[in-house]
Design a protein around this ligand. Sequence first.
Ligand code: AMP
Length: 216
Amino acid sequence: MIFLLIGAPGAGKGTQADLLADHAGFVKISTGDALRRQVKLGTPVGKQAEAIMARGELVPDKILLEIIKEELSTKTDKNVILDGYPRNVSQAETLKTLEDYYPVKGCIHLDVRRDVLIERLSGRRVCGNCQSTFHVTASPSKVPGVCDKCGKDLVQRADDEPKSISVRLDVYDQNTQPVLDFYKGRNLYCRINGYGQPIDIFNEIKAVIDDCAQGL
Ligand code: AMP
């Protein structure tokens, strides 16, 4: 079964998906991570996606369909947490066509205000090697610009530049917000406040998932 984690860029979806994978027996699928892998490998998909991602726009649905099918194909019997898909109603409808095999059991909306999102995204730094994430003020690395875990350089994602941040947040408002209504209509929607300590947010999400699972 699948649980969706939906929220604006910077809402903390990646962090929560990692916690659910590490502590709640979920397999994480992140379409953003999958696309970044394609970019790093220099595949045709990666080459097509790179500039689109750097601008903060959405990669075409056709590419995402291939990615999501490939990612899900080995996980039929697993509990999946989906980070970053669906990002528009058309993708939500596509996912519905796959539900004989991959039923969606809940849509968790991590809700965070725009000014907080901008602050989080503009201060985010990522290790170019192991992908660990830091924040210049909220969770800085011990040595500025150097990853605590592997000692390699920290970088700013191209799509965390101010211009791309604003595009990404607008894209979210226009394309992804309607997805929340799609799942409200199916009675699968649950809103979680995305502020505070990651572990507290995780516990809230876990309680929602346990509730949904009880109703199965
Ligand atoms: P994320 O790491 O989830 O913020 O995703 C980074 C970027 O990957 C997004 O800004 C989009 O350009 C692209 N992306 C990830 N997931 C999707 C999706 N479901 N549909 C379209 N583009 C996506």
